[in-house]
Design a protein around this ligand. Structure first.
Ligand code: DON
Length: 338
């Protein structure tokens, strides 16, 4: 851990600004039109109920930190949040127990292996490695405050709903379908227990994790949830504080390193934003101090990331100037080299 005693970070260093609203609307429509033509990728079918998703659905939504929303396409279509829940459960747990404890118990390094890898756990002496892979997500869910699984569920459901600014509903069909087929996650939880890294009932924690994955959201919800992380923890639509600015910073750093699984490096190289994907086809990408993109399109690449969603984020990251790693020379030096 690298602790520093820096107290006063200049506010102008933390924020930038987005283009005008009319430019955002135009660029969002342009990204939609370009990416709607893409037909590659496969709809997830390892959870039987997910295989029924319509591959043609496509929505792009952007929420600015002042609460202004922009949208195009199927942004009101409901889908299960799946792994995107991991980002927001991590934020709730960091808020409740502090980031040092999450670092100690779960870890924050990329595994370089698929999200449901068992080998990653074995290779790392049972260390889940990060909260975005299933092992780390189940371990993180077990850290949610609550004496019983039902109390933890209440905290988790209430917290995720505050990020979205509305009460999220459960898709019981997807929940039942995944519960009947999630033998690998049950194995991962049992393995965590065997390494003495899960201090709660493994079957109950997998059930809780499966429930959090089965909450229904829209691309518009994802944009608002992401914009809350972009806005120092205040939901820009409801005005409610959900988590602290420090928790947003910690959560976004984990998303940058691990949010797109083993393709996180390529994602950062191309798009340069913290982000999280889910197997239903959702992606949330966050531009700190500016806003967040919510994308939905069910066909996925081999790592489980939406193909159209990734392309749209790549386009918009460039067009809107969102890449965190982009910089320009100081104007005086720039003039010397002109
Ligand atoms: O654990 C699972 O298999 C799912 N409920 C969530 C996986 C997921 O979304 C992976 N992300 N792309």
């Amino acid at each position: 851990m690298f602790e520093t005693d820096v107290q006063d970070v200049p506010q102008e260093a933390l924020t930038g600004s987005l283009p005008s609203e009319s430019q955002i609307a135009r660029l969002l429509h342009e990204a939609y039109a370009r990416c709607a033509e893409v037909t590659t990728g496969e709809v997830a079918d390892y959870i039987p109920a997910l295989a029924e998703a319509d591959p043609a659905l496509f929505g792009l939504s952007l929420t600015e930190v002042d609460g202004t929303g922009h949208r195009v396409g199927d942004t009101a279509a409901l889908f299960t949040i799946q792994s995107i829940s991991k980002a927001f459960v991590l934020a709730l747990v960091c808020e409740a127990i502090g980031h040092q404890e999450v670092h100690r118990v779960v870890g924050v390094n990329n595994t370089g292996l698929p999200f449901n890898s068992v080998i990653a756990l074995e290779l790392n002496d049972g260390n889940p490695m990060n909260p975005m892979v299933n092992a780390g997500a189940i371990a993180t869910t077990a850290l949610v405050p609550g004496a019983t699984a039902e109390e933890k569920w209440w905290t988790l459901h209430e917290g995720l709903s505050r990020f979205a600014g509305r009460s999220l509903e459960l898709d019981t069909r997807v929940l039942d379908s995944e519960s009947a087929s999630n033998h690998r996650n049950q194995g991962i939880a049992d393995l965590l227990t065997s390494y003495d890294r899960l201090h709660a009932d493994p079957a109950e924690m997998v059930d809780l994790y499966t429930r959090q994955c089965s909450l229904l959201v829209t691309a518009d919800d994802l944009a608002v949830m992401g914009a809350t992380l972009a806005d120092g923890g205040i939901n820009p639509v409801t005005g409610e504080r959900v988590v602290s600015p420090e928790v947003c910073r910690d959560t976004l750093s984990v998303l940058a390193a691990c949010g797109m699984y083993e393709l996180s490096g390529e994602w950062l190289f191309e798009i340069g934003l913290p982000a999280k994907s889910g197997v239903s086809g959702g992606i949330v990408a966050i531009a700190p101090g500016k806003g967040a993109l919510g994308a939905f399109s069910p066909p996925l690449d081999r790592a489980g990331n939406s193909v159209r969603g990734q392309r749209a984020c790549a386009h918009l990251s460039r067009a809107l100037g969102l890449n965190l790693f982009a910089s320009r020379p100081h104007p005086a030096k720039d003039a010397e080299h002109a």
